[in-house]
Design a binder for this molecule. Structure first.
Ligand SMILES: [Zn+2]
Length: 306
């Protein structure tokens, strides 16, 4: 007699097998936020914790002024549940892509959380503003609060924990700001002249009372010319400046020619260190976080100029 097949039991096993194969692990069901820069990625991760997947288009050391979205980036953006970028034309070559995405999904600019008076205008007629808003911790804080509020609206089930994370993060941000302020107080005001590769530090200068000059303009798109180099050499000699600073996201060549120009005229100026300007340092280093990079920059500047 042939063995009888227990059909209902077999069916049950089959259904269980299928559901075991198709049930996705927890990570894959997380909502996904895609951001442009490493600085924004760090902030958003701090606000959302591990309940949301945060992906950054630009990694450490990448210059956002020159960055073009790849085909892979575009599909990441299209599949994102939400997008966060800096705004004020920092991601100059991505404007068109971001504008298009705004028609179909939530696309947030950190700069939208700032008051108009917070934003430095470079050219009012041409509507050009300084995008390096993260370097004034008090105004960046407003951007963080704004993004947090919007995240709470977009992910209501997570609002409570986003709010808790935000409170903790703002507390940390305020503590680091106080520490930075105290460290800068040790540097006499006449020594607070900060010379860098490009004009990323004007907000930093306003916030911490530094005179700031960048060899290139607010965007790295405009390259420095011979006249810029000569003017900078004369400025450094006139003000007896002992150190200038290279940046992690900008080639060092132009600033090196300033140093050589000073030497040729008998003034020794050194590289005071590499500052993190438009991108964070490597992951799992202190400079790999926004708060860590600010602290690193402050210590580097104070140590080199005092
Ligand atoms: Zn920049």
């Amino acid at each position: 007699m042939p063995r009888q097949i227990n059909l209902p039991a077999l069916l049950l096993v089959f259904v269980l097998l299928i559901s075991a194969c198709t049930s996705t692990p927890e990570e894959n069901t997380k909502p996904e936020i895609v951001v442009t820069t490493s600085i924004i990625a760090d902030v958003v991760r701090n606000l959302t914790g591990d309940q949301i997947e945060v992906k950054s288009l630009m990694g450490p050391g990448v210059d956002p002024h020159l960055y073009k979205a790849s085909q892979g980036d575009v599909s990441l953006l299209q599949n994102a549940d939400l997008i966060v970028y800096n705004g004020l034309h920092l991601e100059g070559k991505m404007s068109e892509v971001l504008e298009k995405l705004k028609r179909s999904k939530t696309v947030l600019a950190v700069s939208d959380g700032l008051a108009e008076a917070d934003i430095r205008t470079i050219n009012a007629d041409a509507n050009v503003h300084d995008p390096h808003i993260w370097f004034d911790m008090t105004i960046w804080r407003k951007g963080v609060v704004y993004i947090s509020g919007e995240l709470g609206k977009s992910f209501p089930a997570m609002k409570e924990s986003i709010d808790q994370n935000t409170t903790q993060y703002l507390h940390d941000l305020d503590s680091i700001h106080t520490l930075c302020r105290a460290e800068i107080e040790t540097l006499p005001t006449e020594k607070r002249i900060l010379i860098t590769s490009h004009d990323a530090f004007e907000y930093f200068g306003k916030s911490f009372n530094f005179h700031v000059r960048g060899l290139q303009g607010i965007s790295t798109l405009s390259e420095s010319g011979l006249k810029d180099v000569t003017d900078m050499v004369n400025f450094i000699i006139d003000h007896k400046i002992k150190a200038v600073f290279v940046e992690n996201s900008v080639p060092q060549k132009a600033l090196r020619s300033v140093i050589d120009g000073c030497k040729a005229k008998g003034h020794d100026v050194t590289v005071g260190g590499e500052l993190f300007s438009d991108a964070l340092g490597a992951a799992r280093t202190p400079e790999g976080t926004y708060l860590g990079m600010i602290q690193f920059n402050v210590s580097t500047i104070v140590n080199a100029l005092k």
